[in-house]
Design a protein around this ligand. Structure first.
Ligand code: ATP
Length: 260
């Protein structure tokens, strides 16, 4: 394990780099009491990378950028919307690095040209000074098409497959950490209203038919908007009223494909 300190930063002031970890989220969770707010854990290889609801996140040595951020001092109103803010930060970081506009699939998948290139998993844990949150971000940077075929990930792509650019992962990490710091500060000062248009413009689901899948049911309808809490506003088939869907347990699918 290597350590790096950058005193100019709030998020990313202390960065721990591992050759291999089971999961960067789990390492920050297990060490959360001793570590300071904004600490970043980065792993070259994760042996147990995970997505929401126990799903697996696949990453590969040297081709993925896999890191997590410990957030100990988040105001209560910012915690529930963090997955959405993190998606905006990844989008901004990619734009800053590659000059490419990524799309977002509600709540927090990052897509380029219809393929998922990044996943985000935010988890909250009790700690001595109230709840803390670990925000894990996995980005497919240098994978070729074969990787996704071999791992049965037909909806996935990498920055390389989707932009044809070889991205410098260190620069990308730096840009995402700066953007994460910015979006959190923006939310703390102004709420989501100032960022809502940016999110909505990038969200591939809005104005489209969606299938909202939860453990107990599956409903189809049209996604109309996101609200100021980051919930997806839908009009479901057979109903006139608008309903807000919270991200918790649901997955959203396009009717014709992953993000359409
Ligand atoms: P979904 O994207 O399926 O709606 P989700 O947002 O909960 O669900 P995540 O928690 O971000 O998904 O990630 C888990 C899912 O992402 C897995 O079920 C798998 O389909 C997909 N996945 C796993 N590894 C990768 C990868 N390297 N690139 C793109 N997608 C992946």
């Amino acid at each position: 394990m290597r350590e790096k300190i950058d005193n100019t930063k709030n998020i990313g002031k202390k960065l721990y780099f591992f050759e291999e970890l089971s999961s960067t989220n789990d390492w920050l969770r297990d060490n959360r009491e001793e570590l300071q707010n904004g600490t970043v854990a980065l792993a070259k290889r994760q042996t147990g990378g995970k997505g929401r609801q126990g799903r697996k996140w696949c990453d590969s040595d040297g081709e993925s950028l896999s890191f997590s951020v410990l957030l100990k001092a988040l105001p209560a109103q910012t915690m529930p919307i963090l997955p959405i803010l993190a998606a905006v930060a990844v989008k901004r970081g990619i734009f800053q690095t590659l000059n490419v506009k990524a799309d977002l699939k509600w709540p927090n998948d990052v897509l380029i040209d219809g393929k998922k290139i990044a996943g985000i998993l935010c988890e909250a844990f009790p700690s001595e000074n109230g709840l803390c949150v670990v925000c894990g971000i996995g980005i497919n940077v240098m994978h070729g098409k074969d990787y996704f075929i071999q791992n049965d990930l037909p909806h996935a792509g990498s920055l390389l497959t989707q932009t044809k650019q070889k991205c410098n992962a260190e620069v990308l990490l730096d840009n995402i950490l700066i953007a994460l710091n910015d979006v959190i500060n923006e939310h703390v000062s102004n709420g989501f209203s100032a960022m809502k248009d940016e999110y909505a413009a990038a969200c591939v689901n809005i104005g489209k038919r969606v299938r909202v899948v939860s453990p107990k049911e599956e409903r189809t309808g049209v996604a109309c908007d996101v609200d100021l809490n980051g919930q997806l506003i839908c009009r479901f088939d057979g109903s006139e009223k608008l309903e807000a869907v919270a991200s918790g347990e649901v997955s959203v699918r396009g009717i014709y494909g992953y993000g359409e």
